[in-house]
Design a protein around this ligand. Structure first.
Ligand code: UP5
Ligand code: MG
Length: 196
């Protein structure tokens, strides 16, 4: 499969915790391929002729998790293309899996992750970041109402996934409240201690 000999790290954390920001640093310094599930869904939503456009738009606006079949297929395609076209097999899977069924299915049919980088951040900090970004991002879910729903989904649906990986000893937890530079320093120390 696309994932033969692949290295996969999951990158999780609440909305606005800084997943995308830190993934960009890791791409620059460690040669990872960054695959954001949210970015892939937004691309698919806007792709002319997509049969999933309206469905994705609706789920994202309401902070709900798009059915796993759609997201896993997008991730598999992107991984295959990365291997075939760029010969890149080290993946940061950002913002996924955020529901138990996705976690189990992905690890069963695509690839087991080495560990999950978990960005830990309180809601008030994340909310400030997202509202600020919402002034310019154009993201349909960067408004107070959607943010509230995203937080609820994160607590109810995504934290159980993080807790499962934690019980398996497969979580690297990062304090995501400090400056981006300080957060990244801690990321580097902790992943290098894990042999990355
Ligand atoms: N910022 C970042 N780090 C900072 C720091 N240390 N100090 C101060 N500011 C910091 O950062 C957010 C903002 O904060 C930016 O302005 C940044 O400059 C600043 P970012 O790095 O973008 O944070 P990130 O955690 O990536 O936030 P994002 O909004 O992307 O998180 P979400 O998890 O909510 O969004 P995602 O795109 O992953 O998912 C969106 C939706 O897609 C979901 O709600 C869901 O509906 C759907 N989805 C699925 O259905 N299934 C999936 O598998 C994935 C997504
Ligand atoms: Mg992001």
């Amino acid at each position: 499969s696309a994932a033969n000999h692949a290295l996969v790290l999951f990158v999780l954390g609440g909305p606005g915790a800084g997943k995308g920001t830190q993934c960009a640093n890791l791409v620059r310094d460690y040669g990872f391929k960054h695959l954001s599930a949210g970015d892939l869904l937004r691309e698919e939503q806007d792709r002319p002729g997509s049969e999933f456009g309206d469905l994705i738009r609706d789920y994202i606006k309401n902070g709900q998790i798009v059915p796993q079949e759609v997201t896993i297929q997008l991730l598999e395609n992107a991984m295959k293309s990365s291997v075939d076209k760029e010969n890149k097999r080290k993946f940061l899977i950002d913002g996924f899996p955020r529901k138990m069924d996705q976690a189990l299915k992905f690890e069963e049919i695509v690839c087991r992750s080495s560990f999950t980088l978990f960005f830990d951040c309180p809601e008030d900090t994340m909310q400030q970041r997202l509202l600020k970004r919402g002034e310019t991002s154009g993201r349909a879910d960067d408004n107070a109402e959607s943010i509230k729903k995203r937080f609820k989904t994160f607590v109810d649906t995504s934290m159980p996934v993080v807790n499962m990986f934690e019980e398996q000893g497969r979580v690297v937890k990062i304090d995501a409240t400090k400056s981006p530079e300080e957060v990244y320093k801690s990321v580097q120390e902790k992943i290098e201690a894990r042999g990355v």
